[in-house]
Design a protein around this ligand. Structure first.
Ligand code: FES
Ligand SMILES: [Fe+2]
Length: 395
């Protein structure tokens, strides 16, 4: 099996490497400004089962310190800092003294969990003048599909369902997965997810792909299937001849199972979907700060009770380790060591350009909109990704 009889490959678009030009992200100023993520979206910050009653968790999300706590069965989120002397409200010594409230462990300032308003300063007596005059910021928070969804932003929140892939909310859907913290810029993580050029090279030697014959190259277009951007592969080569060098790979695998190709899509604010035949894999990347991001992997499958039980067994004994662990850890290694811009994009990066442009055009309003990002005024004619690649993304 070599080429699959696809239409002839277009001529290479990329000018020789010595082509000079500034290769930065100023072509996509809103994307470039999103170092601390995209606000005004709901994100799956924790697994529901990880948050036990009155055992708060401190998270850093889009650059903000937030305490997430479950009290009387309901989840609340508050800015994780007592305005009195700056002790964390999530400190392990903090407690609940009255229903619906949370007390700072130092002097007992007590806040209403829903409004964040100070309702008692215990050590200042019941007539404390501070009450009602001080508050901590609270955040909208919801639980769906076994996950805790948090909203951080300036705009009124849309229904949480707007930011959750429908399938996760459907009856009979099994949702399993894994949440980790990774180093590196969240945008590198999301781009890596939508980067089909890396998968067939970086992931060639891992257990998850051991029985697959991966192609040596492929080309892909992007189609807008609102809200998803979907990759449509147009051409594959399995063992092509590289001019003057020979065939690559040198050997094809002997026994391989023919896996139906997976379909990869991405949507705002950075959700990847990989569609397999009977299940779908989702990933989220969102920054904790400029250097770390939260990485959430979810598998969803709609099945009957028996099949759900079998799938769960397969997930916890194999997929979780081999796919959500080993395989995707290879990506984490690259995202951690990447250093761009500057960058020089090549033909398979068309999809990344389409994603960046999509974020730039379609993301909800951001506080950084219109902020100086060091980028020039946007060019009046948006250039095609072919032109951008040929010019080394020069603006
Ligand atoms: S620091 Fe929180 S009550 Fe004093
Ligand atoms: Fe990957």
């Amino acid at each position: 099996v070599t080429d699959l009889g696809h239409p002839p490959r277009p001529e290479p678009l990329l000018a020789p490497v010595e082509k000079p030009g500034r290769q930065d992200w100023s072509t996509w100023p809103r994307y470039e400004a999103a170092t601390l993520g995209l606000r005004n979206y709901w994100y799956p910050v924790l697994w529901s089962r990880s948050l036990r009653e009155k055992k708060p968790k401190a998270i850093r999300h889009l650059g903000e310190e937030i305490m997430v706590v479950r009290a009387d069965g309901k989840v609340h989120a508050l800015h994780d800092r007592c305005p009195h002397r700056g002790v964390r409200l999530s400190h392990p010594m903090a407690t609940q003294e009255f229903p619906g409230t949370w007390s700072c462990c130092y002097h007992g300032w007590t806040y209403d969990l829903t409004s964040g308003v100070l309702v008692a300063a215990i050590t200042d007596g019941p007539d404390s003048k501070m009450c009602g005059r001080v508050s901590v910021k609270t955040y909208p928070v919801e639980e769906r599909a076994g996950l805790i969804w948090l909203y951080v932003g300036e705009e009124p929140p849309p229904p949480v369902e707007d930011d959750i892939p429908e399938e996760l909310l459907a009856d009979r859907t099994l949702v399993v997965g894994k949440r980790t913290t990774r180093t590196g810029d969240w945008r590198f993580g999301a781009e890596n997810g939508f980067d089909h050029g890396h998968a067939k090279y970086l992931h060639r030697r891992t257990l998850w792909t051991f029985f697959r014959q991966m192609s040596a190259y492929s080309l892909a277009d992007t189609v807008d299937e609102d809200p998803w951007l979907t990759q449509i592969k147009s051409s594959f080569g399995y063992q092509p001849e590289y001019p003057g060098l020979g065939k690559w790979p040198r050997k094809m695998k002997r026994i391989t199972y023919k896996f139906p190709p997976a379909v990869v899509s991405i949507r705002l604010p950075g959700i990847l979907r990989v569609k397999y035949r009977t299940w779908n894999h989702y990933e989220w990347w969102f920054p904790q700060d400029g250097e770390r991001h939260t990485y959430v992997q979810v598998i969803a499958t709609r099945q009957n009770v028996l099949r759900r039980a079998l799938f769960k067994l397969w997930y916890y004994t194999w997929v979780r380790w081999v796919f959500h662990g080993m395989f995707n850890a290879e990506d984490a290694l690259m995202v951690d060591v990447m250093d761009a811009p500057p960058e020089l994009l090549y033909r398979p990066d068309h999809n990344l350009i389409d994603w960046r442009r999509h974020v730039d055009d379609k993301a909800r309003p951001q506080p950084t909109d219109g902020a100086a990002t060091g980028s020039p005024v946007r060019v009046t004619r948006r250039r095609s990704s072919d032109e951008l690649i040929a010019e080394g993304i020069e603006s």
